[in-house]
Design a protein around this ligand. Structure first.
Ligand code: GLA
Length: 339
């Protein structure tokens, strides 16, 4: 059962509490929701950008660690350029030359990454104030965030109604259910930009983390990190994570694709895709939680998504959403320990 505890109370297992997290630049209050599951794991989520601010899960001795990078106050998220924990929309990753064509009409988008659009444009969903509602959930604690992205926002067509339901399950999974509808034909690719460090945020790099990605292919990129259109076999390359492999063992190999990304910053081909990003752009300049400087490769991201630049790549799966259709995707990050 979800109960709303008084502000300031210590979170109890099996509860969701709400507290103040600061203000937006134009003075609107920003909240932080603390979801505590029955086993004591805790996810804190803000309605500013829908960001997961902290995620405390147990290690093998039962000790909790906060496994995501983030900031202590709303200000950090207002100023953030790394998309820490944020909901990303309308289009996760890059759209080349900040434009695409739908039914013969060219749509011009906001440019925020050289000539290209990254993660929705200058003011993506990560900079929006979402409407939050605590929902009853059978298997944990749930928070629904809703946002109306107006026709023409950042250049995208259609009034888009988006709902994201976060559930921290009692078995230590963070489930994210994305839904959306539009009143005009549009393109859509929602994701979550969690930066994970399973040893705890602020504990150094993630090069020793073992990673498995069950993908036979990835999408190589050009110098602007736009896919070339090729689907390349991972076999025989440093991109092969089909067996558990430490993230760092091949990351600095003399490989054209690793050089272009400054490490891993590539989409893996699943149904649909996942961007594996090793925090190559983190430079420690913006202090994170507890004043920690997050340095290069101090976290990794697994952004479930459609392939980057799909609106301009006819061979990639379609990202078109039509009026009357219901966009619906689910991503689950499950945390467990080997004893
Ligand atoms: C994605 C991109 C990266 C970078 C980060 C945010 O992972 O692929 O190139 O822009 O987001 O910093």
């Amino acid at each position: 059962m979800t109960t709303l505890a008084p502000i300031g109370a210590t979170p109890q297992p099996g509860s969701t509490t709400k507290k103040s997290f600061g203000k937006t630049p134009d003075g609107q209050p920003v909240d932080l929701y603390v979801l505590t599951n029955k086993s004591g794991a805790e996810a804190s989520i803000t309605n500013y950008g829908g960001a997961v601010v902290s995620l405390k899960v147990p290690d093998r001795t039962g000790k909790l660690a906060d496994v995501v990078l983030g900031y202590d106050t709303a200000d950090g998220y207002v100023n953030d350029k790394s998309y820490f924990g944020a909901l990303v929309g309308r289009y996760g990753n890059r759209i080349a030359h900040a434009q695409f064509v739908l039914d013969g009409k060219t749509y011009t988008l906001a440019k925020n990454n050289g000539e290209n659009t990254l993660h929705g444009g200058v003011k993506g969903f990560n900079k929006a104030l979402w409407t939050a509602k605590i929902l009853p959930a059978k298997d944990g604690q749930s928070l629904e965030l809703s946002y109306l992205s107006k026709d023409g926002e950042e250049g995208f067509p259609g009034n888009l109604k988006v709902s994201v339901i976060y559930t921290l399950t009692d078995t230590n999974a963070l489930r994210i259910v994305y839904s959306a509808t539009t009143d005009k034909k549009t393109v859509l690719n929602l994701t979550s930009h969690g930066y994970f460090n399973l040893a705890g945020q602020g504990s150094g790099d993630i090069l020793g983390h073992l990673l498995t990605i069950q993908a036979d292919k990835f999408t190589p990129v050009d110098a602007a990190l736009i896919p070339t259109g090729e689907l390349r076999d991972v076999a025989g390359t440093p991109f092969d994570f089909r067996k558990p492999t430490a993230i760092g063992v091949r990351i600095d190999q003399d490989d054209e694709q690793l050089k272009l990304g400054g490490g891993y910053d590539h989409n893996y081909v699943l149904r649909p895709g996942v961007q594996f990003y090793t925090g190559n752009f983190l430079d420690g300049k913006t202090p994170g939680k507890g004043g920690v400087a997050y340095l290069r490769r101090n976290a990794f991201c697994l952004e479930t998504q459609h392939y980057p630049d799909s609106p301009n790549q006819p061979k990639f799966p379609s990202v078109v959403l039509n009026p009357g259709e219901h966009y619906h995707t689910i991503t689950t990050y499950k945390f467990s320990v080997e004893k």
